[in-house]
Design a protein around this ligand. Sequence first.
Ligand SMILES: *[C@@H]1O[C@H](CO)[C@@H](O)[C@H](O)[C@H]1NC(C)=O
Ligand SMILES: *[C@@H]1O[C@H](CO)[C@@H](O)[C@H](O)[C@H]1NC(C)=O
Ligand SMILES: *[C@@H]1O[C@H](CO)[C@@H](O)[C@H](O)[C@H]1NC(C)=O
Ligand SMILES: *[C@@H]1O[C@H](CO)[C@@H](O)[C@H](O)[C@H]1NC(C)=O
Length: 530
Amino acid sequence: MDHVGASLELIHLVCATLIFIRDVTKETSGHTNTTDFLNRTLVFLEAFSDVCFSDVSGLLRDTRVNPALTRDVECSLYSLNKSLAAHREAWRYVGKSLKRDGEQRSIDDLRRGRAATLDTLYEKKAWRDEIKERSQLWREKARSGLYDSLFGPEEMTALTCNCVRWTHRLRQTIEIVFLGIGPPTPEFRRGRQAAILGVEEILERQYRAGEEPSGNYNALTGTLRDAIGIEHSSQGLIKTIYDDGSEEIDVLVEPRTDKDTPAEYMCHLTWLLQAPHQTDVTVKHDAQEGYQLHTLSCMGFIDDPFHKRSLIIYRSPQSHPWASNPPSLHDMISKGPTARPSIGSRFLTARALASTLLENHASGWIHGNVQSRSIAMLPRSLNDLELSPFFVGWGVLQPLEATQFPLEPNLYRHHARFGRPSSEYANEHEIYSLGVVLLELGLWRTMAKIFARRLEKFPHFAIAQQNDLFNRIHNATLDWANSIEIEREMGKRYAQAVLKCLTWHYQDPVEGMLEFRKQVVDVLTAGCGL
Ligand SMILES: *[C@@H]1O[C@H](CO)[C@@H](O)[C@H](O)[C@H]1NC(C)=O
Ligand SMILES: *[C@@H]1O[C@H](CO)[C@@H](O)[C@H](O)[C@H]1NC(C)=O
Ligand SMILES: *[C@@H]1O[C@H](CO)[C@@H](O)[C@H](O)[C@H]1NC(C)=O
Ligand SMILES: *[C@@H]1O[C@H](CO)[C@@H](O)[C@H](O)[C@H]1NC(C)=O
């Protein structure tokens, strides 16, 4: 059987089992959450099945789709099916006592190609009636100990975790499918199925990556309460209030010199960053499992020709209204050991950063300037004590005509971009930069500190030094990644993830994304509960 056929069979097995579980637990008090959750999962899987596997227009039947993606979907479904094994045993067990002449169905019939025809309404109804009957039987016959061990609260929690984990992965994979061949129709991104699948935001981002803002997109015309002095370095955020004439809004301002970000580029950049995304409370639930882009919600930009710069305006997350300018990750690490967060909290930050990079690439976006100075640390919501990372500093360019380069930002750059502003961006360049940031986070020491002596002596380097200097810096960076220190701080798996990022190389971008998710993002998840 091909991957599509196998996946279709698996998805039906999984749905049947989930319906069975839902029906068995339905009338038990305290299970309303479970019922709701199972219902939502079922609705997700049905939409997923429609979009990916439907007879004619199923996306995964499209020959342009990279087979690695189809395999990946099958693997996720296989794992989901496996995690329901005990419940399927229960199903089979009651099946034995169901006596109906000749015509008895079992889930295993699905294996023999019935799956494809299940879509027809009659089949569905007849089949669901049978599930009902079985769950009824199960409730009546099972001993209470047995019931609890399969359907008790602990089991249901474990079940929920598994479903959440694998549906997140299915969603992430389908995002990469969309990136390659686009959604089924241009209207899809605003439709019901996109909402059920939770892919509206990524589709909007992918759409904007290939489009231009309309001709009347322009700078904001409101005013800021506080003057933004020129002493504010690029990349630092300033908290103030924006008044658009009718409303006052808490904002964070990111100044950009025209040199870094030419005015014509500013429109497109801020329009991209206005693509909707969730940075609020909802993110919190999924911080350890979902794949999300952590960036701030952009409102636009203000022209400031007098100072030869623009100001990017972000809506402030609902943090303390009296809070001061948010620190960057670089600022926090520079404070030294007393400011060092717990290991679990550092894993959460690391995972959020890796997940942001993954979603960034799945959106068809490039950050272009990944370093600890372009990561703002903010509480996500009013009651949040922990700071979470948000990418800022998007799209800062290196001047193309330069012959001398500042060393510090280049410490984060891949060989192909080290003092080479005009080389074309590839995902692996950003993964390298992420590796450097993860190294800083793990060691709790900035690159500026690690290379302090060199930076003091040679803050700039010339084009002619590119290769030699890069090799030396890269070697030293790898030595740190291999050091006992990072392992002692964060454990072996973290150190390995850092090392992988610093030596990342995948020819094929799709495989690269799937492997990055597996070898970096998901590996970091394991440490989040520490
Ligand atoms: C279950 O529902 C109750 C109220 O209906 C809610 O307080 C509780 O947080 C929910 N539990 C989960 C795990 O969603
Ligand atoms: C779950 O979905 C079924 C079918 O759509 C519906 O009959 C049932 O009321 C739903 N249950 C809950 C708790 O939403
Ligand atoms: C689904 O899981 C069951 C275990 O419950 C296993 O026996 C079966 O082979 C799996 N089905 C497929 C198609 O992998
Ligand atoms: C970096 O390490 C490689 C392999 O260990 C070595 O061949 C190379 O000479 C080193 N380069 C520098 C500049 O130290």
